[in-house]
Ligand binder design. Structure first.
Ligand SMILES: [Fe+2]
Ligand SMILES: [Fe+2]
Length: 506
């Protein structure tokens, strides 16, 4: 597929979009979907949106073929995308390797929370977010003068570039988008015009519809007092050149979240099958034998008093006893496997993010207990673990985001280089450092919270939402939310290949 083919189909495509499209094995399918959507001009964001909306398809950057993420049914190998077989004797290859990981302590809040919630703390928090994201945005290509808002009146009738934090987004009577924004020197209003000519303007207006309050963005436009008329804008985003790193050792990682020990909906029978599998007792023990790392991104237990009348949904009403079940699980994990845990909104730490690590009195001595979010480099592969609480507020605010595709929301994290853009959308503690900023590009971003598996790759970062081991609750039935319990993503860190194992079909 090349640009002339597109012309024949009546679609114009930008060069960046074409290059990304040509790198995809599933490009024919993407083109079909674009044709069906009636688009006549396709840019990079369109292609990225299409990829993000294809959660069951991962292109591994060093593997030429796309990989269907059909779950591996542990009792029906013929339907699987991998060889599934039991072995008489379990010889775990991962045991031969010593663990190789480094926790980036500067990227998490554990032991460093100093905020008192004063006005000064809020100012310091937002300033820190702005300065760190602005530093990334300054690297963007532009020939326009980058100016501080305090000086804007010196540039009337000229084109300028500003880096701002969004304070308010409104629609005017004429249907334009009016953004009130500020930098460290002042504030100003920016107009995204609805009635502008040309496809570029249509695209600009469509993208501007996804600008969020508290976003840090770069805007280029003409100063026509009292407004800047926007001609372009960008989020800090992941560079298109970013490439995912892979491990040298032949080891794999299992990604878990939302186990919810203590809940009456916890699917203990299937969880036990998972533990058996880890111990090499089940089918697919060849995959189990390569598991060297387990990541658990929060909601380890169901907790107590998390929502009204929760006690009716608990089988264990003592939070310490809930964590006892977790420690029992840890004891059964083969000792050569390294375990990383961060808390979620159901766990026994403060509710506001960033959350410090769970204490050893809860999770025991063996696991590596980290903050939420946290960054760690495992076998050379940079992982960011974040529970994903802010997925709720992004779904409520952004068009085209839903609980069916959590990975699409996670792409928004990467675009904004921030894990919880809308301040107050979920509880946030204003620390002097904004730990939700994604200063470096992760190779793997691992979330949970929405109890729905979802995967994609965005600009070289693998995004994993690891689902749950909790059955569908009455609340989820009322909400029409259908979780995907007992599906476990397993990533081969050397090849990048991602599989999903289905323990419910066992
Ligand atoms: Fe959960
Ligand atoms: Fe959660």
């Amino acid at each position: 597929m090349n640009s002339s083919n597109f012309s024949q189909l009546g679609i114009r495509i930008s060069l960046e979009a074409e290059s990304l499209l040509n790198s995809r094995q599933d490009k024919e399918d993407i083109v079909k979907r674009l044709l069906n959507s009636g688009k006549v001009f396709v840019d990079l964001t369109d292609i990225e949106n299409e990829i993000a909306g294809t959660p069951d398809l991962i292109r591994n950057t060093d593997v030429q073929d796309s990989q269907e993420l059909q779950p591996v049914s542990l009792n029906n190998p013929s339907n699987s995308n991998t060889e599934v077989r039991s072995q008489d004797f379990f010889h775990p290859a991962a045991k031969e390797y010593s663990s190789d990981f480094k926790i980036v302590h500067s990227r998490e809040v554990t032991g460093k929370s100093r905020t008192t919630g004063s006005a000064d703390d809020f100012v310091a928090y937002f300033r820190n977010r702005y300065e760190r994201l602005a530093r990334i945005l300054r690297l963007g290509r532009s020939n326009l003068p980058l100016i501080d808002l305090v000086n804007i009146k010196k540039f009337v009738n000229q084109e300028v570039r500003v880096i701002v934090m969004v304070i308010e987004v409104a629609k005017t009577k004429k249907g334009n988008i009016l953004v009130t924004a500020e930098d460290l020197s002042g504030s100003f209003k920016i107009v995204f015009s609805h009635g502008g000519q040309g496809r570029d303007n249509e695209k600009l207006f469509e993208n501007a519809g996804r600008i969020l309050v508290d976003d840090v963005i770069s805007i280029s436009g003409k100063v026509l007092e009292p407004y800047i008329i926007a001609k372009e804008f960008e989020w800090p985003d992941i560079p298109i050149t970013h490439q995912r790193k892979f491990a040298e050792n032949d080891v794999s990682a299992v990604y878990l979240s939302d186990i919810h020990f203590g809940s009456r909906y916890f699917l203990d029978k299937y969880f036990e099958l998972f533990v058996d599998w880890l111990q090499g007792k089940g089918e697919a023990s060849d995959i189990a034998g390569k598991v060297k790392y387990i990541f658990i991104s929060g909601d380890i237990v169901d907790g107590i008093g998390i929502y009204p009348n929760q006690e009716k949904e608990l089988i264990i009403k003592d939070v310490f006893k809930q964590y006892e079940l977790f420690r029992d699980f840890v004891e059964q994990v083969p000792d050569y496997i390294e375990i990383f845990v961060c808390p979620g909104n159901h766990d026994a730490v403060r509710r506001g993010e960033p959350m410090p690590a769970l204490g050893k009195e809860f999770v025991g001595d063996r696991v590596n207990s980290l903050g939420n979010p946290s960054t760690l480099i495992v076998e050379g592969v940079k992982h960011v673990m974040y529970h994903g609480t802010s997925i709720d507020s992004l779904i409520a605010t952004l068009p085209n985001c839903s609980y069916n595709h959590p990975e699409k929301v996670m792409v928004e994290y990467l675009r904004r280089r921030h894990l919880s853009t809308i301040y107050g959308g979920n509880p946030i503690v204003p620390e002097k450092v904004d730990y939700m900023v994604l200063e470096e590009e992760p190779d793997v971003l691992h979330c949970g919270h929405v109890h729905k598996n979802g995967y994609t790759q965005y600009r070289g970062t693998l995004l994993i939402n690891s689902g749950t081991f909790q059955d569908r609750t009455e609340f989820q039935i009322k909400q029409g939310h259908v979780p995907t319990p007992c599906l476990i993503p397993v990533c081969d860190l050397k090849t990048g290949k991602l599989r999903t194992l289905d323990f419910k079909s066992s």
